[in-house]
Ligand binder design. Structure first.
Ligand code: NDP
Length: 335
């Protein structure tokens, strides 16, 4: 079978040429685990830092050996797990850029293919969606009347966060995104009330204008500098969720911007750091609730999609440049 691996160790922002396809034997089925045929592969920002050994202490894949890490949706072709049969569909965080993946006991979730499109489990019902739900409902505890500000709003996390905020009663969701195409997605597909293109001139003034009442919640995906901008257009006692630093992941030195303690004190802000791992035990509950929102037309999702495992390096490089519009997803094989 084919898998994609690193050509050599890297210490810079990954580009398509850092990856190479190799042939490897199909994996054996672990005790209590499964082997899955990979159908959909997820490409996520954290993998860029993980490839350099800089993500939450997790080991990078071995060059010319291990598959690049990535979440998958797949179909079981061998099972030694109780209650799991050949033909069942599963989601696993540690699937990888490969045609078949061995998943150990306890590291996969069985999916109901009738509850939602299978591919939705990569993004809106997958790890990015769970992250959005955790930040909005468990940390910020968004309620009726909240005014919510979210950056990287065209992405799977940001776009889902804004929609869940509105479902939970927020009176307004304002997004920040890079470029008119992303902003159209944010307002027209995700239904945010406004989206500010931070690459356009005068965007900070436009942001103030879009939030005359001030944000009561902000959800940060990009940088400490952007979090400080969000704070500057927020109400006192704002609740801020610090979810990601997409602008800093690939830098080699220290993060370029620090949080301003004086501004945080002045706003009496409550800031909460978010790590989605803490919410994995709530995943099935979230996915069931969100699948119903999708069926009811309340929760939309968008994909930056490519066909075939060979497209993974180029689509991943696009994600690393921040050029993806929606959730990057690779179809590896037919449903
Ligand atoms: P996105 O699809 O939103 O992709 C990241 C986006 O970040 C880009 O599209 C771009 O959007 C923005 N960006 C800004 N500066 C840069 C830069 N220098 N390089 C690359 N991208 C940049 O990804 P996700 O929806 O999957 O994730 C959103 C955030 O949530 C990320 O920071 C991610 O790491 C984080 N996250 C955190 C988790 C946690 O447990 N804390 C779990 C899952 C995700 P734009 O052009 O609009 O600025």
């Amino acid at each position: 079978m084919k898998l994609y691996t690193l050509k050599t160790e890297i210490d810079a922002v990954p580009v398509a040429d850092d990856f190479i396809a190799i042939e490897a034997p199909r994996p054996d089925c672990p005790d209590g685990g499964i082997v899955a045929r990979v159908i959909y592969l997820s490409l996520d920002p954290y993998v860029g830092s993980r490839l350099r050994g800089r993500h939450m202490g997790e080991a990078p894949p071995k060059p010319m050996e291990g598959a690049i890490p990535g979440a998958i949706v797949g179909q079981v072709v061998k099972s030694r797990a109780a209650g799991v049969s050949e033909g069942d569909f599963v989601h696993a965080m540690e699937g990888g850029w490969q045609e078949f993946a061995a998943i150990p006991a306890g590291h996969f979730r069985k999916l109901d293919p009738k509850s939602a499109p299978l591919r939705a489990h990569i993004g809106v019902l997958g790890m990015p969606g769970l992250t959005a739900w955790a930040g909005i409902t468990q940390l910020a505890k968004v309620m009726a009347g909240d005014v919510v500000l979210i950056d990287a709003a065209a992405g799977a996390v940001g776009g889902t966060a804004g929609q869940i905020a509105r479902i939970k009663g927020a009176s307004k969701a304002v997004g920040i995104a890079g470029g008119p195409e992303k902003c159209r997605l944010v307002t027209e597909t995700y239904g945010f009330d406004a989206c500010i293109d931070y690459k356009a001139e005068g965007w900070q003034a436009a942001l103030k204008e879009a939030l005359p009442e001030g944000a009561s919640v902000f959800f940060e995906n990009v940088s400490a500098e952007m979090a400080m901008t969000a704070l500057s257009v927020s109400q006192t006692y704002v609740r801020g969720v610090l979810c990601g630093l997409a602008d800093a992941y690939q830098s080699s030195g220290p993060a370029p911007h620090a949080l301003n303690a004086g501004a945080i004190i002045g706003k009496r802000a409550q800031l909460r750091g978010l790590v989605v791992y803490d919410f994995y035990s709530r995943w099935d509950e979230y996915a069931a609730e969100a699948a119903a929102w999708i069926r009811d037309g309340k929760l939309a999702f968008a994909e930056d999609h490519a066909d075939g495992l060979d497209q993974a390096p180029a689509l991943f490089a696009k994600l690393m440049r921040g050029a993806n519009v929606g959730k990057p997803i690779i179809t590896v094989s037919e449903e």
